[in-house]
Design a protein around this ligand. Structure first.
Ligand code: SF4
Length: 212
């Protein structure tokens, strides 16, 4: 059962810690970000970063990518999980968007593109400096939000909805902050002694019997 916690208050230290931290995907413009976000589905960001330089040398922008077939992309991304579908999505996105300056920077516009769901769109909007329209919920956030005791389910859509209900819009950066915590400290095997969320964390209280 979830314990009642004022999460808007409890998440403040985490939001402060990761405020403004750049996403680990190594991009130099929004075109590259969109491509890397699509490639990173179900893969680790570090792994995906390795493919950026070669791919962007061959296809430096949306208009060059729009002229490519999915097979043209294979030599650059064949070690990426599910690369066939991802090549299909990327070339379809490029044909639809046509040029870098026409990349839609709204949740609705981005999620209308193939291969881009809410999580990816939320990441792109954050990195583009646009106002948040939702909250990033990736696998790290699912794990961290459960452990903290904010949610007791694992459906990202429901978790996002819940977070949007309990947090004011100015704190919607909390998704990315939890994602960073999950990447750095709250690993599948969590490093709780190093964590600044111990005081409010349900998992910590339960496992270390550190509650009241
Ligand atoms: S205290 Fe432990 S389980 Fe809780 S959020 Fe931190 S690392 Fe994760």
């Amino acid at each position: 059962m979830l314990v009642s916690v004022n999460w808007s208050l409890a998440l403040r230290p985490l939001l402060r810690k990761y405020h403004g931290r750049r996403h680990p995907l190594e991009y130099h413009n929004i075109y590259q970000l969109v491509v890397l976000v699509v490639l990173s589905a179900q893969s680790a960001d570090d792994h995906i970063n390795a493919f950026g330089p070669g791919l962007f040398k061959a296809f430096p922008d949306m208009s060059s990518l729009a002229k490519a077939s999915r097979e043209d992309l294979f030599p650059y991304i064949s070690k990426v999980r599910n690369f066939g579908h991802k090549a299909e999505w990327l070339t379809a996105i490029a044909r639809q968007v046509k040029k870098n300056s026409d990349i839609p920077l709204t949740l609705e516009g981005l999620t209308a593109l193939p291969g881009i769901g809410r999580k990816s769109a939320n990441v792109i909007l954050r990195e583009a400096g646009r106002p948040a329209e939702g909250i990033i919920v990736d696998l790290h956030v699912v794990r961290v939000a459960q452990r903290l005791g904010i949610v007791d389910e694992d459906d990202p859509k429901k978790i996002e909805k819940h977070l949007m209900e309990i947090l004011p819009k100015r704190q919607w950066e909390a998704g990315m902050a939890m994602s960073f915590l999950g990447r750095e400290i709250c690993h599948p095997k969590p490093d709780c002694p190093k964590c600044l969320m111990r005081k409010v964390c349900a998992y910590y209280k339960h496992v270390f019997n550190a509650g009241h």
